[in-house]
Design a binder for this molecule. Sequence first.
Ligand SMILES: Cc1ncc(COP(=O)(O)O)c(C=O)c1O
Length: 394
Amino acid sequence: MNGALSALAPHSSKRISEYAQRHPGTIDLTVGLPSFGPPRSFGERLAVLSGSPGESARPEDRYAHSRGAIELRAAIAQVYRSEQGIDLDPDTQLLVTNGAAGALWIAVLTVTEPGDEVLLADPAYMIYPPMIELLGRRVVRVPTSAADGFALHVPDLRKHLTERSRVVLVNSPGNPTGRVTGGGELADLCTFASEHGLYVIHDEVLDRFAYGIEHRSVAALDHHGHGIAVNSLSKRFGVSGWRIGWMVGSPAVIAEAAKAHTFFMLAVSHAVQLAAAAALRDPEADGELSVHAAEIQRHGERFLADVAQLPGLGGTAFPDGGFYAFVDVGEFARLRGIHVEDSIGSAVAEYLLHECGVAVVPGSAFGRAGERFVRMSFAGGPGQLDRALERLAE
Ligand SMILES: Cc1ncc(COP(=O)(O)O)c(C=O)c1O
């Protein structure tokens, strides 16, 4: 057995979300997925593809191109043209992967060697550290603080540089913090990275959920061939089950990444890629997405303004992006006299689960800097948020 795997604890929000599933009355704010359904164009194309099987296999019944179906890569390139104003070569700068999670693995594997270090903000999305460690690379956490919105500052990164530093892994809009890295800041980060020979892997899965601050892709701002954008359709269309993701990078990076991807899984589901291409090219789906994002923002703003009225939760604010509120529950725990064993966030998450039937993720799941926090998703729709609020208020 793999000792590194055995040493890892299971996905830390899993226990709470499994509890929520076993207790049907629980209001589950752990899951960061919008409640809206997939674009109609996706289902229509998939229905055609899965329609009456013929005598012999069709192209879409066979392996897709290992870099991704050409139709999907062209559709993704078109998205970058219209949203970021850049021209990507779908043949050399794009790789379709099994979700953003697949792209992250391949990106880290491609630009690092065993023992190399990946600089990562604390707090950050929970799958990054185990992923990096399982690849035999080292995680170097760079603490950030709630006081300045969990910004990752270049001087702090500089303090953590060593001879083995190879990557800065950043996520914007951020899960769990909701922070959006502005264009100027991201450009500075790219300059810093290129000066030190680092790659910037930029996880952009929440790109269409930036409120007020414009989302910029690292693919548009990096001019040194060291930026790798990771993205997927999971959040954009609320379809985490499709497992369609991608990475954008320089031709040199993508050529190596494509090799890793081929050896790892040969290719991603061909039919789903073709249906995903139809959804990405569908202007109606894009319009619906903007409406959904605005709705999530409106409902989230109202929900969090009400949460902030509750005793001990006055510091709760609406984030710049994403659909998570990272709520400081230190004062709430003190007012309620909640016994803390492990971390304040874990104690409050247990309390909310058992006393209110509301499931949230303890902030410690994202790193030590998250210990006073819990993460609440506000993507689930107004009905769910109203019920959660009633219970919290009680
Ligand atoms: C920040 C972030 N990155 C990556 C992922 C994984 O995305 P995918 O479903 O495309 O693998 C998630 C899923 O929640 C996420 O929140």
